[in-house]
Design a protein around this ligand. Structure first.
Ligand SMILES: [Zn+2]
Length: 471
């Protein structure tokens, strides 16, 4: 039967493929039928032996997708939705449509660049109101740590924040000032006691003394922008975060690692057993400084996309678990702020639009390097779900988990076309690139939120709360 007829029906139904990710031990992939009931996976039915097709159940109507891969929906825990307040940059409706079209079934929204920033309980409640009725996928929320808001953190936790983010360097907007070491030392015990992680933008502004090369010159040059944010800034910030994790026992998560030079200290901290996790992003793994055209401000982000050798170092760290997972850091803005016509990297807003493209971008590069489908779902579903406290419900294909699923064709190739992007503004460094991996359907709690063209189930997504996630 067709997926559109079965998804969302009252009684149980089955979804079958020869390539289901998850219920097959270390090999990871094999034939199975997922029995879906009341929005959850109620059973994973396998064949009698390895590679054997699951038996037919005459009472279970089944949609067989053949060789198409069925994976757990992606969990993208680093997205800037910007609503309320900067909805002209991005909003819940456009962002969650893009997420569904990219196979993402849960996203977690960052506490900036919305207005107000999510640094108080009242602001989180305002954000929930803004999101209501607009969500095509499930959405959780990070709160923020800024100077002076330690007294708000317990309230943010009680109101359902999944964790709190701080910047160690200017955030780009004045309403979200960066935290000092003293601010972090005050905030981290409160987060630890609430069972929440601290997320940190890890760059410390050390100035540019001792940095090789000229930071003057033409602001259209990408190389000049790259020199203005050296990897030493990341190394210093991560060293500080490791010290604070050791001192406070608070779980620390480094967002968007760009500098491979920090991998040795990350590995040592993990070996020591410190509660440290690390993410990187598709743009650091798929793009490189040598290929960024001058004036192409759609490539600007902070920390910056670094050189080829650094990029290969990040893949090495990801393969060995020093980097835990990959999320997009989708962070668009109004096109005028990117200043594409002037191409001035110093003046342009930093942030890359890539929600909807994370899966094909990473798969294209991962398969060239010999990585498989099971690793993709570890990196893009299971581990980000765990950071957000959702590991008992999201990010895996297993009985009892939400039937959040992506059906995709890893052999299918697509050239990224602006008109097929569902996020608000179509300026993205991936436009025009040829990527492997075509998302054909996305299911949220067993319902079809994306069918390869549109969003038939409508805005059925829920706002997730930390307490229910941890319950
Ligand atoms: Zn971000």
């Amino acid at each position: 039967m067709r997926l559109a007829e079965l998804a969302g029906r009252g009684g149980p139904w089955g979804l079958r493929s020869r390539r289901v990710v998850g219920p097959h031990g270390s090999a990871g992939i094999g034939p199975a039928t997922l029995r879906i009931e009341d929005g959850r996976i109620s059973a994973v039915i396998r064949g009698a032996g390895p590679g054997a097709l699951p038996p037919d159940d005459p009472l279970l109507p089944v949609c067989d997708v053949g060789d198409r891969v069925i994976g757990p929906g992606l969990v993208d825990c680093h997205v800037h939705v910007n609503e309320p307040g900067r909805t002209d940059w991005e909003g819940f409706q456009t962002a969650t449509r893009a997420a569904a079209a990219g196979g993402v079934t849960t996203l977690v929204d960052m506490p900036l660049n919305c207005i107000p920033v999510t640094t108080t309980r009242a602001a989180l409640e305002e954000k929930r109101r803004a999101a209501a009725g607009q969500l095509h996928v499930d959405v959780g929320f990070w709160g923020g740590v800024v100077p002076g808001n330690t007294g708000e953190l317990a309230g943010l936790a009680a109101a359902g924040a999944l964790g709190c983010k701080a910047f160690l360097v200017h955030s780009g907007i004045d309403e979200f000032p960066n935290a000092t070491e003293a601010d972090l030392r005050a905030a981290m015990p409160v987060l630890r006691d609430a069972g929440l992680p601290l997320l940190a933008h890890a760059e410390l502004d050390l100035g540019l003394a001792g940095v090789a090369g000229d930071t003057g010159g033409d602001p259209r040059q990408y190389a000049r922008y790259l020199r203005s944010r050296p990897s030493a800034w990341e190394d210093a910030a991560i060293a500080l975060l490791i010290r604070l994790a050791r001192e406070t026992g608070c779980a620390v998560h480094v967002v968007h690692l760009s500098a491979a030079s920090s991998l040795p200290q990350i590995a040592r901290a993990k070996d020591e057993g410190l509660p440290l996790t690390v993410e990187t992003c598709p743009h650091y793994l798929c793009l490189e400084a040598e290929a960024v055209p001058d004036g192409a401000t759609e490539f600007k982000c902070a920390p910056p996309i670094r050189d080829h050798e650094n990029r290969e170092g990040l893949w090495w760290g990801l393969a060995r678990g020093m980097i835990d997972f990959v999320v997009t850091d989708h962070s668009p803005c109004a096109p005028a702020l990117k200043g594409r016509e002037r191409g001035d990297f110093a003046a342009a807003w930093g942030g890359i639009a890539s929600l909807q493209l994370g899966l094909p971008a990473i798969w294209t590069e991962a398969r060239r390097r010999g990585h498989g489908l099971a690793e993709i779902s570890t990196w893009m579903s299971a581990r980000p779900a765990a950071l957000a406290g959702l590991a008992g419900r999201k990010g895996r294909i297993a009985p009892g988990f939400d039937a959040d699923l992506v059906v995709w064709d890893p052999e299918g190739e697509v050239t990224v076309a602006a008109e097929r992007l569902h996020f608000r503004h179509k300026l993205s460094p991936y436009v025009g690139r040829r990527l492997a991996g075509r998302v054909e359907a996305t299911l949220l709690r067993g319902r079809l939120v994306y069918d390869g063209a549109g969003h038939p189930a409508g805005p059925i997504g829920a706002a997730l709360s930390g307490r229910e996630a941890r319950a």
